[in-house]
Design a binder for this molecule. Sequence first.
Ligand SMILES: [Zn+2]
Ligand SMILES: [Zn+2]
Length: 256
Amino acid sequence: MMSERQKQFREEYQAQIHPLYSGLLHVGVMYAVGLSVIAYCISRLEGATWEWLLVVPIFVVSNLFEWWIHKYVMHRLVDVWALRAIYDRHTRQHHQYFTDGVMTVDSSREFRIIFFPWRALFTFIGMGAPAAFAIGWVLNPNAGYILLVTMVSQYLIYETFHYCCHVHENWFVRNMPFVNTIRRHHTAHHNQGLMMGYNMNLTFPIADWLMGTSDLKRGLLGHIFNGYNEKYVKQELKDTIGKHSLKEHSFDQQPA
Ligand SMILES: [Zn+2]
Ligand SMILES: [Zn+2]
């Protein structure tokens, strides 16, 4: 169900998107740059073996970072120029555009409200590069390249999964493991009663499980493979969820 406020916000937001904005160009460049960095780093590897094991800790740290930046930057008002802009773009715009009642887009022009601007990817690469140099120097160059491959992959997974959270219901998002999990997880995050404190992961809900900020009460594997299941929603959150929800159906009874 779309509230009057959401409807009005959407109209105003769409009216101020620049006429030359192209959603396909926005997203196309992002994937092209991201995949090129990954391909370049892989092409620089020389006989990497054990270094690939570094993917595991880097993946876990990236997952915690994703949780942290969503909770403490995107949802916290800090009156410093760039930080405030990120907060505005996410808490005030993205969360008004999408509520748990209406989570979807209908055109590629609306990609602007889903995907980060290009500067985000460059910022993350800029943040990863010194770490890659450091680890490349301490261990070996392979390790540095693998760090960048993992970080940029995590970024592309974030954008792809988040996009899957905001498309219309379809066979793929309903049945694809991980994607169906994050889709339900993120829809719950878009409930205005939960958005400031729950379901901060956008890829795999590992940090939410670890930090106790998930709306579910179940184990790690159960979290990761939860899919659309709403059986484990925390009892103590049900009042808040009900009070703020604009949803017409639960994930357990998805329309076909
Ligand atoms: Zn979202
Ligand atoms: Zn959010």
